[in-house]
Structure formats: structure tokens, C-alpha cells
Design a binder for this molecule. Structure first.
Ligand code: FES
Length: 165
């Protein structure tokens, strides 16, 4: 069920409030709090940013700046699985653009978008430290290397979907 973002009494906001209280004493708690908030809500819409602003005492435009600067933060709902294609140098050289294109065609979405069924978000990351496996993509805890053809990708996507059901 979707979270009511205007209901500040919801369990999600209560959890966030508690986290903010705990982290408030840190020297620069903003990024950590935003990470936790994204973990709770799945994304960081303006309602959540305003809530963090008010409770953490940080101007909302600073929060907006941080959220839009780091691409691991998202203001749009993300899919159940985020496919992160590595676009670091080694992966780029070994075909990351083609890998991204194959995913876009396979899923019918562009980079940064989420499939209509809410299952997959296609995103990019910088080097994940597995350059010898380039080109690499990461889904959750799983790192996939040297998988490039659409058929191979389709099999992986189908397996993830099957396991999700
Ligand atoms: S550049 Fe992709 S894992 Fe290092």
C-alpha cells in the first residue's frame, strides 16, 4: 500500500523522527538521515525533505541540493529492484553504454526511470570495484560481470522477477 506522505503521524514518519533524534548530535548528520529516510520511504519526495528540514533544522534548499547532487538519492519512487549499470572507466571501455542500451530496450524505459509495474529502476553508478569483471552491473547485493547480450540480460531479469513472486 502506498504511504500517505502528508500523514506525519504515520509509522514511517515516526521512525524517521526517531532516527533524526538519534543522529542530531552528529557533526553532519544530513546524508545519513537522508539515507535512512530513503530506506523508509523508498524515495525522497518534497514532503519528506520538508519533514527532515523542520526536524533537523537544515534549510530545505540545502536538502534539495544534496538530494539532487548524489545520484543514489531519488525524488521519484524507485522500483523494487534497482539495476545499477557501472559507468566507471573500465566498464565504459568494455561496453557499459551498450549494456545500458540493452537494458533500456529490454525494460522499455530510459536510464533513471522505473518500469510501470514498479519492479525495476534503471540507474548508473561509478566504479564498484569489480573492474576485472567489466562491464558490470549490480542489482541489490548481487554483482554481475561480463554479461552483455540481450538474451543473457533477459534471463537474469526473468530470474529476478520469478524469485520476486
Ligand atoms: S569501472 Fe566498473 S567496476 Fe570498476
Amino acid at each position: 500500500m502506498a504511504i500517505d506522505l502528508r500523514n506525519y503521524d504515520s509509522p514511517e514518519y515516526q521512525e524517521l523522527k526517531q532516527i533524526i533524534e538519534e543522529k542530531k548530535q552528529l557533526r553532519d548528520p544530513l546524508i545519513e538521515v537522508l539515507h535512512k529516510a530513503q530506506g523508509i520511504f523508498g524515495f525522497l519526495p518534497s514532503e519528506v525533505q520538508e519533514y527532515v528540514s523542520e526536524h533537523l533544522g537544515v534549510p530545505v534548499n540545502k536538502i534539495y541540493g544534496v538530494v539532487t547532487f548524489y545520484n543514489f538519492f531519488s525524488m521519484k519512487p524507485r522500483g523494487k529492484y534497482v539495476i545499477n549499470v557501472c559507468t566507471g572507466t573500465a566498464c565504459f571501455v568494455k561496453g557499459a553504454p551498450k549494456l545500458m542500451q540493452n537494458f533500456e530496450e529490454l525494460l522499455g524505459i530510459k536510464k533513471g526511470e522505473t518500469t510501470p509495474d514498479g519492479m525495476f529502476t534503471l540507474s548508473e553508478v561509478r566504479c564498484v570495484g569489480a573492474c576485472s569483471l567489466a562491464p558490470v552491473f549490480v542489482v541489490g547485493e548481487e554483482t554481475y560481470g561480463r554479461v552483455t547480450t540481450k538474451d543473457q540480460l533477459k534471463r537474469i531479469v526473468d530470474t529476478i522477477k520469478a524469485n520476486a513472486e
